[in-house]
Design a protein around this ligand. Structure first.
Ligand code: GLN
Length: 322
């Protein structure tokens, strides 16, 4: 029996014929890809936008439609711009029911340029979405035949077709001769249960840089419900920001992440003002291995789901080791 795969197109370079993100329809984008044998495609042309212009409301709508598709037994492919591809993949990972494979793909080269990678990436994504062996892995991404977990994947280069990597973990597998080969299976889902986006939540992301005077931190109060700080190294802030950060953490959840983009935060190696142990003792919540943009999305989804402080801390704690 053929396997149905629902394909949701949002735009991106993969559709940007001549540089225009609105040029190709979902059907035209998909027409360039060889559909694997035994796969029936159901196309949903959702948006025609660059990845940078997608909003959380677009992703919330997408998540609902993805859930409907997997409830009907369909595998899912989401096609979008690579600039925010990892954020879409991660949000789907924490809000969608893990019933069937869900994979996000895109392209680095426009369809009208030599060596356009869109068709190969689409073919790989369709193969993954139709493969029962790719169930239970969480939301996946595939570009250049490399399969990554939404929790770890990042865009690491502005132009390389092999831009997606999981610096803290490595790929989960590879597509070889059109067939997905899974090498590693995640121990547990990213969240205990899919989170529901029920209430609006505003989460700020503040990246520290040398000599930060705290002016942007002051601007967070009153405007946001939560904050992620992309701090130095393994979770460090300047000593003069410790009191302001602690004061903010008394009013809203403040998650401590690293601006390095890979590796876990430390918990006890350094002591003293602005060290990781100091910041955690003052009420900041460790993002563990999650990078800062993903920590922002998880905090957003938790707040939108109605999580209190203890549930928020527990959700991040669950991801500390991996
Ligand atoms: N290669 C890409 O898709 C990145 C740029 C593209 N404008 C986007 O939609 O994100």
């Amino acid at each position: 029996m053929p396997k149905t795969v629902s394909v949701f197109t949002l735009g991106g370079t993969i559709s940007a014929q001549g540089g225009d993100h609105a040029r190709l329809t979902g059907a035209q984008t998909l027409a360039a890809a060889p559909v694997p044998a035994g796969v029936d495609v159901e196309l949903h042309d959702v948006r025609r936008l660059p990845g940078s212009s997608l909003a959380l409301a677009d992703l919330a709508e997408l998540a609902g439609r993805v859930d409907e598709a997997t409830a009907a037994g369909h595998g899912v492919v989401v096609v979008q711009g690579t600039d925010t591809l990892e954020e879409t993949a991660f949000l789907l990972d924490v809000v969608c029911a893990p019933r069937e494979p869900i994979v996000v793909t895109g392209a680095m080269r426009r369809p009208d340029l030599p060596g356009a990678d869109g068709p190969a990436n689409l073919a790989a994504a369709l193969a993954i979405a139709a493969d029962p062996g790719c169930r239970g892995l969480g939301v996946l991404t595939v570009l250049a035949d490399e399969i990554h977990a939404a929790r770890h994947v990042r865009k690491t280069h502005t132009t390389s077709v092999a831009t997606f990597a999981s610096p803290g973990a490595g790929p989960l597998g590879r597509v070889v001769e059109g067939v997905p080969h899974i090498l590693l299976r995640p121990e547990k889902p990213t969240v205990e249960r899919p989170l529901r986006l029920r209430t609006p939540a505003r989460v700020a992301l503040l990246t520290l840089s040398l000599g930060d005077g705290g002016e942007l931190l002051d601007a967070v109060d009153d405007r946001f419900d939560g904050l992620v700080v992309a701090a130095f190294g393994a979770g460090h802030a300047p000593k003069w920001l410790v009191e302001p950060l602690a004061a903010t953490a008394a009013r809203m959840p403040v998650v401590l992440a690293s601006r390095t983009g890979a590796g876990p935060l430390l918990t006890e190696t350094y002591r003293g003002p602005g060290s990781e142990s100091d910041l955690l003792a003052r009420g900041l919540i460790s993002a563990g291995q999650l990078d800062a943009p993903k920590a922002r999305l998880l905090l957003h989804a938790l707040l939108a789901d109605g999580a209190d402080r203890a549930a928020t801390a527990a959700a991040f704690e669950r991801l500390r080791a991996g």
